[in-house]
Design a protein around this ligand. Structure first.
Ligand code: NDP
Ligand code: EPU
Length: 766
């Protein structure tokens, strides 16, 4: 026992210890242990988190940010590797000559006061150390523990137990500190070339593991299936191996159950019994074998350990199911090394037959650079891959290394569906939109990649609620549908919940669900009169299409009946075929019946409501009603009653006429439109005509034709059209609109009002 361990054990003289960076998962664990031992512990961090609040309740004296005063009177100051040398608390401690202790040194000193069990290896440390701690605890051995993440079954990431003599800790090989531990038992799961920011090569990594073994007083347990672990441990006297065969402890008769794995355990030839492990994946069977062999070596009863593994729910962020429905499963996994990722994807494949979609956040520039090709190879096994920017941890960027490095590597290995989604704050939009029924989405990485998964899970739950029990014949739905796909101007951010009902009933039920829960509802047609802002539309966007909404026929009264989802051009064609005239002005209007009713669309001197006989709509109480033309007030480009009552269907009238007359008016309308309006992507006229001078003429007179903002420009053909010159965003169009309005106001004292509907949010808010 070293001197610090001795001072830590002398509880008649509790120490006053300050932890710099106490909010981190490793440091908060130390705080728990030191407090548990009875020392007086304080901590500082630049952030306050739920973790620091929890520690405060347990007695931690917490301060934020870091200050020099925080270390006053401390016997020792412990700091994490993330703390910079010029940190205020650390500098003050150095100046005052207070003893400085690295995180791992402190852990080693605590561990050395007990019979330490260190779980080491490149992958699986957290899960395995948690299994060992849980197994020993259920077997009544009262272990203390320290693991790298919060494990639901253990309650918290660290725990001090006065009663027991054992302490299980996850050892970190990433910076060589593994060599600090003197243990009673060591477990080596696997050894691979990792952390090449710290090590020269694999041999240097192996040397650190050899040092650990030389400082181990009791059993060494290692994975016989892993070449690295075998090469270091097999020669060690009394070392115990586990694996599929030719090992001291083996697992046989493996059966994958839904989300769990059953297997039989053998010690040599002796069958110890069955285990039903509460988490899936063959790599976890190996982790469980490591725990079983260790517990067995320490004298724990197999039956009790096996029971513990049954209830082992897994580590948070280790194949953690965050959402599960008939349509979608979302799993979060901490895997950030190719071998881990391969195992995770294999587990996902075993679970189900649908697509496996991966959202991967590379972790550290050095690792991304060193292992890009391996990442590409293993990720190419997924059906679809999305890659964010690199999570830097504490590293500085390496030029030329980014998420795109991984995208290129996946393509090189034959992965065809791979997309770069650099910004983690909005990555969920593309990923969520790409998901199909039956998919399994895995968010993968050691940084904060669980956040997009959490957002998708939250919204998918609502989406499934809106759709309810209806079949895909009645309604289809998607998350985050880009509105630029549904507007004629081809701009606009995502619709949070995109709903396409095909029946009146499905429409009514979706609206009902949203209204009851305060979810905003907006109905859109063909998006020919919409300008959707780049932050997208919060809430449900309902787009009636197909089914009852796509029906268009002539009834017994000689009127044309059309669903809200029928294009005006189609309505005009059906009338023409039945030799009903009066609809020709609709030939060039890009909108649908629903939008035309709401906006009282017009052209060539005629308006929609000139021809309406009746409108069937969903009213505010959720009832479907029909009103005749006389009961509806229609203004220039506005029908107020259809703002909260949604049009489902309408009956239109025309005049019996000859095919020749109809055709000639049709051609006339087309010629006029073609001569005066642009064909480029637009939303029709942008402004309402203000009094005397039509808006187009005004813009023309102001000399604004052809002027541009970004990729949006005023049409050279018609001054009241703003066209997308390719790749414009809503922001470009909005700036152009403001420029025109301001000039009209300044030079002509005319207040232009937009005719186009501007909807949605400027910034992403969901
Ligand atoms: N004359 C011309 O050359 C042109 C005319 N237009 C006209 O612009 C309009 C756009 O049609 P479209 O592209 O389908 O519509 P949009 O998808 O552009 O929707 C426009 C607005 O109409 C309302 N709306 C849409 N469907 C319904 C419905 N079923 N019930 C109630 N309100 C509804 C919504 O307004 P809210 O949310 O406020 O209720 C929506 O914001 C049409 O009137 C179209 O004819 C468009 C371009 C050129
Ligand atoms: C485009 C839309 O509807 C259009 C509809 O297609 C046309 C055709 O009937 O009539 C309206 O346009 P408008 O009022 O601009 O009609 P136009 O005939 O094109 O122009 C009016 C007058 O302005 C002149 N004009 C127009 C554009 C221009 O750059 N310069 C100019 O001098 C025209 O020569 C004409 O003398 C509707 N616009 C509005 C805001 O009422 C729409 O709703 O989105």
């Amino acid at each position: 026992m070293n001197e610090l361990s001795q001072r830590l054990t002398n509880l008649s003289k509790p120490l006053r210890i300050h932890l710099v960076g106490v909010a981190g998962s490793g440091m908060s664990g130390l705080a728990l242990l030191l407090m548990g031992m009875g020392h007086r512990v304080s901590g500082s961090d630049k952030v306050t988190s739920s973790e620091t609040e929890r520690l405060q309740k347990l007695g931690l004296r917490f301060s934020s940010p870091h200050t020099a005063e925080a270390v006053d009177g401390a016997d020792a100051v412990v700091y994490s590797s993330a703390i910079r040398p010029d940190n205020a608390a650390l500098s003050a401690a150095r100046e005052q000559g207070i003893r400085l202790v690295r995180r791992a040194e402190c852990l080693a000193a605590i561990l050395n006061t007990k019979k330490g069990i260190v779980v080491s290896g490149t992958h699986g440390k957290t899960t395995t150390s948690a299994m060992v701690a849980h197994g020993l605890r259920e077997a009544g051995l009262h272990p203390s523990h320290y693991v790298g993440a919060e494990i639901p079954v253990l309650g918290q990431n660290a725990r001090w137990s006065d009663e027991g003599e054992w302490m299980v800790a996850e050892g970190d090989e990433s910076d060589g500190t593994l060599a600090l531990y003197n243990t009673a038992c060591s477990i080596v799961l696997n050894i691979e070339a990792e952390h090449l920011d710290h090590y020269r090569d694999l041999d240097e990594i192996k040397a650190v593991f050899r040092t650990l073994l030389s400082q181990t007083r009791g059993p060494v347990v290692y994975c016989g299936e892993d070449e690295g672990a075998r090469s270091v441990c097999a020669e060690h006297e009394g070392a115990v191996s586990y694996g599929w065969s030719n090992s001291d402890y083996t697992a046989k008769e493996i059966r994958e159950l839904r989300g769990a794995t059953a297997f039989a355990v053998f010690r040599g030839e002796e069958r110890l019994g069955e285990v039903e492990l509460g988490i899936p994946g063959r790599h976890n069977v190996l982790n469980a074998l490591a725990a079983i062999a260790t517990c067995d070596k320490l004298g724990a009863d197999f039956i009790l350990v096996s029971r513990a593994l049954n209830t082992f729910a897994g580590a948070r962020r280790r194949f953690e199911t965050k959402f599960l429905s008939k349509k979608l499963r979302i799993v979060d996994d901490y895997g950030h090394h190719p071998t881990e990722i391969a195992a995770t994807i294999q587990t996902a494949r075993q679970l189900k037959s649908g697509r496996v979609v991966v959202l991967f956040q590379p972790h550290r520039f050095t690792r991304t650079q060193a292992l890009a090709d391996d990442f590409g190879r293993v990720l190419a096994e997924a059906d679809e891959v999305f890659v964010t920017d690199v999570y830097p941890a504490s590293e500085q960027p390496i030029p030329g290394i980014s998420g795109q490095t991984i995208v290129d590597a996946v393509k090189k290995h034959g992965g065809s569906l791979v997309t770069s989604v650099p910004d983690i704050a909005t990555a969920h939009h593309k990923v969520g939109n790409a998901l199909d029924e039956g998919d399994l989405l895995i968010t993968l990485g050691a940084g904060n990649i669980h956040e997009p998964g959490t957002r998708i899970a939250r919204d998918q739950k609502v989406l499934e609620g809106i759709v309810g029990s209806q079949s895909s014949d009645e309604v289809s739905a998607k998350l985050y549908e880009p509105m630029r796909r549904h507007t004629t101007m081809l701009v606009g951010g995502p619709a949070q919940f995109w709903i396409e009902p095909h029946t009146f009933k499905a429409f009514a039920e979706a609206v009902d669900y949203c209204r009851e829960r305060g979810i905003a509802v907006r109905v859109v047609g063909r998006g020919s009169n919409l300008l959707v802002r780049d932050g997208g539309i919060r809430g449900a966007v309902i787009h009636p299409s197909g089914g009852e909404f796509g029906e268009c026929h002539v009834n017994d009264d000689g009127h044309v009946v059309a669903g809200a989802g029928v294009r005006l051009k189609k309505l005009a064609s059906v009338a023409q075929a039945a030799e009903i005239g009066g609809f020709e002005w609709m030939e060039g209007i890009p909108g649908n019946v629903g939008g035309a009713l709401r906006m009282n669309a017009g052209a060539m001197g005629t308006e929609t409501f000139d021809q309406v006989v009746s409108v069937t709509f969903l009213d505010e109480d959720g009832e479907i009603r029909t009103r005749s033309r006389e009961e509806i007030t229609a203004e220039y480009r506005n029908v107020q009653e259809l703002r909260r009552n949604f049009a489902l269907q309408a009956v239109f009238k025309g005049e019996k006429d000859t095919p020749e007359n109809i055709k000639s008016r049709w051609d006339e309308s087309r010629a006029k439109r073609r001569g005066s309006q642009p064909i480029a992507a637009s939303a029709g006229c942008v402004f309402k005509n203000p009094g005397e001078t039509p808006a187009g003429m005004l813009v023309d007179q102001l000399g604004l034709k052809g002027c541009e903002e970004g990729k949006a420009g005023v049409s050279d053909v018609h001054g009241n059209f703003i066209v997308n010159r390719g790749g414009a965003v809503a922001g470009d169009v909005l700036r152009l609109i403001e420029r025109i309005k301001s000039k009209a106001r300044g030079e002509r004292n005319i207040e232009l009002e937009t005719e186009v509907k501007i909807i949605g949010e400027d910034e992403y808010s969901f």
